[in-house]
Unconditional design. Structure first.
Length: 734
């Protein structure tokens, strides 16, 4: 059973628009012996609330936890307002500020006239307030309305919680529907999916079935079609789907038999209701269609702007070559000039083709041509990357500060919204986006909406890398459309005579592998072995690398899958004992069957914007601090020091072996990649190419030659069905 604290809200010092609050609470009563020492004292609380008033009495239900910065806090999961019963309490309530124009003097007169049942009498009939000489009818009606709304909110939130919604879900629902809350639940609970953010189909469906909605109810089937389509988009990365795809997924999710004719009836019905767009044999969710359409419109607007000729740009490039002691090839010069003279363009190329050098050239040329200071440059130009690690890497390479797209758009994690948006646009004049292959349609659309129509955009990325985790293949679609100016970098710019990695990457990209690919090179090795020995050899290679002086941050094992003998999870357990074995002086904490130890290399799997770390960031646990009620870990993410609490560990994994998807945007001195046919489902060309191109100095493949060749020759897993390229080419859709 949850602990409770009864008392008075003394102060609210933090509040978001969505109802998350932090404040000070004075405890008069509790059932938790750990809080006995706080009786008649104050404690910090936090949670989601519809409304709280200072100097009013409440019962909070929840648990105590230890915050690394703010100490002991009470996390509220449910709360009740205590309706005042004694005369002094009722006077304090009426004069609390909830009722405008009612001070202590007037509140005292009301209570003296109506007695201990004041609040019940007001709710029974507001005319009872007219018995107080100083209260007019309009004021009496106002007091009644406020008191009624106050009572109604708690009644509705309690009703929602009794049905199975959490406190935060109940608050969100009530904020949207107010007095119509119960009506919505009783008439069509599935409407919540379209109108309240952050509550999923499974949550609604579970509660709907509990309150008596039948499995074959029309409302359930139509909602499940929408849910199944979005689920498929997340699984496949596609933005449009086929009739059969949706039908098979719906059949699975509904948990009842449904024939094709019935399904067709409902999907055509959803099309008439504009929930689904049907273009020939393409079935698209309306919101996804609108996002891809919005992206294409903004890109076309920029692409059709008149080219701006810049005088003296060639001379500026020559000056830079002398200053930086480099020599740009003709295509790199063209990339710099095109980027500064056009409103939008793309620079694409594989590793070693000089993309980063070009970004540096664009930055310096813009500064010199416009004769602006470094401070002014930072105001006018923005360098962005999808992840924190990619942003830090490009910052080091260009000596110009890069930030994540989420940080630039000022993402609010409480509301999952961006403060830079179509209503509050950035004033940036030129925006360079690195690693665009990682961007999905949602992030790209939010970025474009937050930029003015007069901005210059330069997109940089590798066409042959993996697409984004979420739906879309933005970079590929833009390039394939041939509507946006594209500079293709093919000449290898960063390659030593004895280097093989970049040549090998090009062989993989073109599916033309030389027969000697198993022969050892100065920076490459293929160790052939059966799958039973892969984990042992990977561990041995890591041991030898450590002996040579490399550290855990320089060595990275990249694996296609999590499960199995040679999967990420098992390899991480073995590699932990090599890189960071158990010792008495090292504290540990176990979460989700993973033991985290001081000194461990860890991988973050979700964005935490307020901590300035992103999905895919890799860090080292400096220390683990254990208290009675919480765990705090100090983690160093490439110089960004953050404090993790117990809940943050849910999104943390060991980072000795990581997925190739998570490695995008990063580079490592030594990369080791197991090749096992048991990965068959995940072996395909772009995946292998992306993994190989993460290696800066040394690449070792370990395992079965046939597994590698199978992956290089397999492309079907890459296929995504998206509309963006067609939308850019065909204005008919507008």
């Amino acid at each position: 059973m949850n602990s409770f604290i009864k008392g008075n809200v003394r102060e609210i010092f933090y509040k978001t628009e969505k109802g998350y609050m932090v404040g000070i609470f004075k405890i008069r009563e509790t059932n938790d012996t750990n809080l006995d020492k706080y009786l008649n004292k104050t404690i910090t609380f936090n949670g989601n609330f519809h409304e709280l008033l200072t100097d009013c009495d409440y019962v909070f239900y929840g648990d105590i936890n230890e915050h690394p910065k703010y100490g002991l806090q009470f996390k509220v999961t449910y709360y009740e307002k205590i309706i005042p019963e004694e005369k002094n309490s009722i006077i304090a309530f009426l004069s609390s500020g909830l009722f405008p124009g009612i001070g202590i003097k007037t509140a005292t007169k009301i209570v003296e006239k109506l007695g201990d049942n004041t609040l019940d009498l007001i709710l029974e009939d507001y005319n009872n307030l007219l018995l107080v000489p100083s209260i007019k009818e309009d004021k009496a009606k106002q007091i009644y309305d406020i008191l009624y709304d106050e009572q109604l909110s708690y009644k509705n939130i309690l009703f929602l919680q009794e049905k199975g919604f959490s406190m935060s879900e109940a608050v969100k629902i009530y904020e949207r529907y107010k007095e119509n809350t119960i009506t919505i639940i009783e008439n069509n609970i599935y409407d919540i999916l379209n109108e309240v953010k952050g509550i999923g189909f499974n949550t609604i469906d579970k509660i709907a079935l509990l309150i008596g909605i039948k499995k074959d109810d029309e409302r359930r089937i139509k909602s499940c079609i929408i849910y199944s389509m979005f689920e498929l988009c997340l699984i496949t990365g596609s933005t449009y789907l086929s009739f059969n795809q949706i039908y098979l997924r719906l059949y699975k999710n509904l948990d009842i038999e449904i024939d094709i004719k019935t399904f067709e009836y409902f999907i055509l019905n959803l099309n008439k209701e504009n929930e689904i767009i049907i273009l020939e044999d393409k079935y698209i969710l309306r919101n996804i269609f609108e996002i891809e359409t919005s992206i294409s419109k903004k890109l076309l607007l920029l692409a059709t702007k008149k080219q701006e000729k810049i005088k003296g740009i060639e001379g500026c490039i020559l000056m830079l070559e002398n200053l930086l002691n480099i020599k740009y090839n003709e295509m790199q010069k063209k990339a710099i000039i095109t980027s500064l003279e056009n409103s939008i363009n793309v620079i694409t190329g594989g590793p070693g083709t000089g993309k980063t050098t070009i970004i540096k050239g664009i930055v310096e040329c813009y500064k010199q041509i416009n004769k602006i200071t470094d401070e002014r440059l930072c105001e006018e130009m923005v360098l962005l990357a999808p992840t924190g690690r990619a942003a830090r890497r490009i910052t080091e390479a260009t000596n110009f500060k890069a930030v994540t797209i989420h940080k630039f758009l000022r993402w609010d994690k409480e509301t999952d919204t961006f403060q830079i948006n179509k209503y509050n646009k950035s004033k940036a004049k030129i925006v360079i986006i690195d690693e665009v292959s990682m961007m999905d349609i949602f992030l790209m659309n939010n970025l474009l909406e937050g930029l003015s129509d007069n901005v210059k955009i330069i997109m940089v990325g590798d066409y042959n890398q993996l697409p984004s985790v979420l739906p879309g293949q933005v970079l590929k679609d833009i390039i394939d459309s041939q509507i946006i100016k594209v500079i293709y970098l093919n000449e290898l710019y960063r390659q030593k005579e004895d280097s093989y990695i970049i040549s090998f990457a090009n062989e993989i990209k073109n599916a033309k592998i030389n027969e000697d690919f198993t022969e050892k090179k100065s920076d490459y090795n293929f160790i052939e072995t059966n799958k039973e020995n892969i984990d042992k050899i990977v561990c041995e290679l890591c041991k030898k690398a450590l002996e040579k002086g490399y550290n855990e941050s320089q060595i990275q094992v990249l694996v296609p899958m999590y499960k199995g003998k040679n999967g990420i999870d098992n390899l991480n357990n073995k590699l932990q004992e090599i890189f960071n074995p158990k010792k008495e002086n090292k504290d540990e904490y176990e979460c989700n069957n993973i033991v985290f130890r001081e000194g461990d290399k860890v991988l973050q799997t979700k964005n935490i914007n307020d901590l300035e770390i992103s999905n895919g960031d890799i860090g080292i646990i400096d220390s683990i601090i254990k208290t009675t009620n919480n765990i705090t870990a100090i983690i160093n993410f490439d110089g960004v020091i953050v404090e993790f609490t117990k809940k943050n560990f849910e999104d943390l994994r060991l980072g000795y072996a990581i997925s190739i998807h998570k490695s995008q945007g990063s580079e490592f001195d030594l990369v080791i990649m197991p090749m096992d046919l048991s990965y068959k489902k995940m072996l395909y060309r772009k995946l292998i190419y992306t993994g190989v191109t993460r290696a800066k100095k040394s690449l070792t493949l370990v395992g079965e030659k046939n597994a590698f060749l199978y992956g290089v020759n397999r492309i079907e897993e890459e296929t995504r069905n998206t509309l963006l390229s067609d939308l850019l080419k065909e204005s008919i859709y507008f």
